[in-house]
Design a protein around this ligand. Sequence first.
Ligand SMILES: [Zn+2]
Ligand SMILES: [Zn+2]
Length: 253
Amino acid sequence: MFIDTHTHLYDEQLLADPEQINRAVGLGVTKMYMPNCDSTTIEGMLQIADNWKANCMPMMGLHPCYVKENYKGELALVAEWLGKRKFYAVGEIGLDYYWDMTYKAQQIEAFETQIDWALQYGLPIVIHSRESTADCIDIVRKKQNGKLKGIFHCFSGTLEEAKQIVSLGLYLGIGGVVTYKKTNLPEIINEVGLTHIVLETDAPYLAPVPYRGKRNESSYIPIIAQKIAEITSTPIAEVAAITTANAANVFPV
Ligand SMILES: [Zn+2]
Ligand SMILES: [Zn+2]
């Protein structure tokens, strides 16, 4: 059994394929956690969650790329939803300095506010940290009161940063990038060990080799697990068992 800890199942490219979820479940990817982006993605995400109660779990949060001039209204909506329905994490939240720095201060404010809500509700956080890993770590360190759990999804930092995240008690989300030629992830995975990583696709983005550049989907999780098995010289069944246990440790039942 595998868990995809980060998949945008409600994305239009994926919705166009009604078999995507069946295919994943058929290959043993029995749990898929869906990060929210902003107010426009909630309805589609919750529809999937309602149709696939045993397999597809929703998160609630405002993605840093969607922090714009209306961010206060967007955050109010996140707060409202957290108060009225079960979610499995606050996510995806964080900082993205790659696409746009215009709203950097607001991104930081939104990130910190949403971490406070996660702590209030006893939920883990799923962090998006593009070109911003150091700042995200600083904020998590400031907020870590011993109770904060979470994942640095699509981890793309240095080995040193990976070690800091592990020492803060959070997990590294590893996806298709691990199958690419130019990546430091094999070294990082061998250094921190399987006990600190979880699997993700970030579908429909970042498909693993041999699908690189094409649409990604949750049924590719075993390809990512196989690559990690090779990197760590571990049987894939053990990779599945350990990463599934890690994900179960992060997300509430
Ligand atoms: Zn992300
Ligand atoms: Zn994402």
